[in-house]
Design a protein around this ligand. Sequence first.
Ligand code: SF4
Length: 385
Amino acid sequence: MDASELITRVAASGLRGRGGGWFPAARKWVAVRVEGGEPLAIANGAEGEPGSIKDRHVMTTRPADVLRGLVLASRAVGAREAIVFLKQSFDAPAAALEAAVRTTDLGGLGVSIRRGDDSYITGEETALLEALEGRRPWPRPKPPLPAAVGLQGRPTLVQNVETLARVPAAVDDPDAYGAHETTLVSLWGDVRRPGVYEVPLRTPLRAVIDRYGEGALEEIGLVFPAGPSAAPLLADQLDVPLHPDDLRAVGSALGTAAVLVVGASACPIGVGASLAAFFEREACGQCPPCVQGSRNLSRVMRAVEAGEAWARDLSDLAEAAGFMADHGYCAHSRTAAAAVTGLLRRVPAAVSAHLAARRCPHGGAVRDPFHPASPERAAIEAALA
Ligand code: SF4
């Protein structure tokens, strides 16, 4: 099968990228191809979203599918050289991939496995290019996109490993792939069985929680379909289908499908403070609007949670979020703004109650699910092991 046939088949399958953006894979391939030069392909296996374990799962359990997809994608963009990029601590995926490299027919493609550091931002597609070039993993301003100017200036395809693992099936039978498309979901938080599950797209969110997670541990308060990367949904919104377009239509997103369930006993403002703290902690330090803005979001959320905020603090938060939405070299800044303000819009009564009571009126345990050492994150990571 030549490059144009591969691209035609992947376009017909409707395959979209699983790195969070759900961008059509075939369009990404065409963009690299039109640049000419000496292209290169990179499989991005450096996931870092809180709660997301699905990329490590697919690399460990289906490494040959990742490599076959990488071979096909490389052929489609004209690359003769490819890299699988992982975080430093991803020993099990690295071992599985190294073994698969020895036993899989790579069709002459040169594949190397490289590791960056464990920082969250290393998984961003241009930050990993910086890491591979031996510099601090800070995202590059865009444009140019990696398709035009990637590793060492070469046209570069950067594709998520789950996406690549889906390529062989999409190429084999595009119609069947499109008709029965699934996606990997990392289901975590207040569910009976946290773990990674292969779920048909458009399954209602409530059915994902009940069928795969064996139900919530208590009455549901919030569900974050994209982990920290989008506004949460309320319990009465869970009939929405698990699909990026349907979730966008209700003001949220699917992202990497790290679906976090939060019980109603948790204070939603406290969870919002955890969310804002995540963005403050992981801002790489490069762009002042992101660094200062995420610090402001976090400060105000902590003040609201403690009952120490005033209405003007919420105006400050809205102003900071508005500025962040248009600034920053990567999506971190605008995602922070959208997720935190989206959460506040979902729970106006909780915001008012905190401002009026001058304390947290919610009671119950303090929850910080997005913290690296949270029990919620430990439970989903244990499911990977
Ligand atoms: S937007 Fe934030 S995370 Fe992204 S490059 Fe700028 S400072 Fe770093």
